[in-house]
Design a protein around this ligand. Structure first.
Ligand code: MRU
Length: 371
C-alpha cells in the first residue's frame, strides 16, 4: 500500500550519518522546518518541547537519540578532541566511555516524557542490545540497526492498523478525532489516521472532524495540516463544540490514538479524550482507539496507574507569549487523561480488532498469557 502522504510529506523522522532529522512540529502549520539532532541533549529537548511528539514517534526518536551518544561525551578523548574512527581508540578507555555514554543516554531520554509507554519500550530494546553486545567495536552499528528496526516495525504496524481500521470504518462518512495520531505522531500514516488514509486512498469518501485540542492545538495545527496535505477533507472545531456536533448526528464514529493501553484496556490519550468518550457513549456513537502493540503496557493492571504528564502553566496561561490568565490564578495542565475500557467500543491494533476490550481479551490478543 502506498498512501498519499507517502509522497506529499517528508518523513516525520529519519536517521543518516549519525544525524537524526525531524519535522519540527512546533513550527507547523505555518512553516515546514526540519530539525537536526546531533546529540542526546538536542534529542531530549526536541522530545520535551514537542518538536517530535506522539507516542510511537517519541519512541523512535529516543532510540535514534541513544545512537547519538557516540558523538557526545563517550566519544571524546580526555583532551576533548573527537576521534575519527567511532569507538575504536588506541588507549582502550574510549570504548568504556562510549559504552557508559550509551547507558547514560538511555537513562536521560527515559526522563523526557512520562506517559507514552512506547518511549520506555523502545529504550528497553536499546538497553537489551547494549547489554547483550560484548564486542565494543560492534556496539554502535548494532544500536543503529535496532533503532532502524524499531522505526521499520512502526511503519508496518501503522499500515496494518490502517487495513484493520478501514474495515471497521467501512460504512463511515464522517469521523471525529482528537489530537494528532497521524503520520506526524508515528513513522508515517499514523494510528487513528491510518484507516482514514486507507479509505481515502481506496476512493471511499471520508471526511474528518478534528478537535483543535487545547492547549497545544495538535488537532488544529497538525491533524488538519497532514490531512490537507493528503487531500482528505477536514473540518476543525474547538474542543467545546464536540458535544453539540455529536448530538447533531453528523458523526458516524470517533477514532483516537493512545499513549498507553493498560492491561485491562483502559487507555491514556491526549487530555480531552475521556470527555469525548463519555459524549460518544451518550450519543450512541462508536468510540475506537487505534494503537500498536508497542503502546500496550502489560505491567499496569489499570489506567489508574498510568503516570500522567503535568506540563508548564504557560502552555495554558501564555500561549504563544500572549497572557490569557492572570498571574494570581493557578492553572491545571495535565497533558493526558484516562478513558476506562468500558467506554471503548474496540481497540484496533496491527493484529486486528479487540471489541469491548478487557484484560482477558487483550492478553489473548497480544499473546500475553502470564502477568
Ligand atoms: O502530547 P502529544 O502531542 O505527544 O500527545 C499525543 C497524543 O495524545 C496522541 O493521540 C497519541 O500519542 C497517539 S499517537 C499515534
Amino acid at each position: 500500500m502506498r498512501l498519499a502522504i507517502d509522497c506529499l510529506m517528508p518523513e516525520t523522522l529519519s536517521f543518516a550519518d549519525n544525524v537524526l532529522t525531524l519535522i519540527d512540529q512546533t513550527k507547523l502549520p505555518s512553516d515546514l522546518v526540519m530539525l537536526e539532532c546531533r546529540t542526546v541533549e538536542t534529542t531530549f529537548a526536541a522530545i520535551q518541547r514537542l518538536s517530535v511528539r506522539g507516542a510511537p514517534a517519541i519512541g523512535i526518536a529516543a532510540a535514534y537519540g541513544v545512537c547519538l551518544a557516540r558523538d557526545t561525551d563517550g566519544a571524546r578523548d580526555t583532551d576533548g578532541a573527537r576521534d575519527t574512527d567511532g569507538n575504536r581508540d588506541t588507549d582502550g578507555n574510549r570504548d568504556v566511555r562510549a559504552r557508559s555514554a550509551y547507558g547514560a543516554a538511555i537513562d536521560r531520554l527515559a526522563e523526557s516524557r512520562p506517559t507514552a509507554v512506547n518511549l520506555f519500550w523502545a529504550l528497553d530494546r536499546m538497553r537489551t542490545v547494549l547489554e547483550s553486545t560484548s564486542d565494543d567495536n560492534l556496539l554502535h552499528d548494532r544500536l543503529v540497526s535496532e533503532a532502524k528496526a524499531i522505526h521499520e516495525e512502526d511503519r508496518q504496524m501503522c499500515q496494518a492498523i490502517g487495513r484493520h481500521g478501514a474495515k471497521q470504518l467501512h460504512s463511515c462518512k464522517n469521523v471525529l478525532t482528537h489530537c494528532n495520531a497521524g503520520g506526524l505522531a508515528t513513522s508515517m500514516w499514523g494510528t487513528a489516521l491510518a484507516p482514514i488514509y486507507e479509505l481515502h486512498q481506496s476512493g471511499h469518501a471520508i471526511h474528518v472532524f478534528a478537535d483543535e485540542t487545547r492547549p497545544l492545538l495538535q488537532g488544529a495545527r497538525l491533524t488538519a495540516w497532514e490531512l490537507s496535505q493528503a487531500g482528505v477533507p477536514v473540518t476543525v472545531l474547538t474542543d467545546s463544540m464536540s458535544g453539540s456536533l455529536l448530538r447533531s448526528g453528523r458523526v458516524d464514529a470517533v477514532i483516537v490514538g493512545t499513549d498507553r493501553i493498560a492491561a485491562n484496556g483502559d487507555i491514556a490519550n491526549k487530555i480531552g479524550t475521556y470527555p469525548l468518550a463519555v459524549l460518544a457513549r451518550y450519543h450512541n456513537v462508536p468510540f475506537y482507539v487505534a494503537g500498536p502493540s508497542s503502546t500496550f503496557d502489560t505491567k499496569l493492571k489499570s489506567g489508574d496507574l498510568i503516570p500522567i504528564e503535568q506540563r508548564h502553566r504557560d502552555e495554558v496561561a501564555r500561549p504563544y507569549g500572549i497572557q490569557l490568565v492572570p498571574d494570581a490564578a493557578d492553572v491545571m495542565n495535565p497533558a493526558f487523561d484516562v478513558t476506562p475500557a468500558e467506554l471503548v467500543t474496540a481497540i484496533i491494533t496491527e493484529r486486528g480488532i479487540v471489541e469491548k476490550p478487557n484484560a482477558e481479551k487483550l492478553a489473548e490478543h497480544f499473546g500475553v498469557l502470564e502477568r
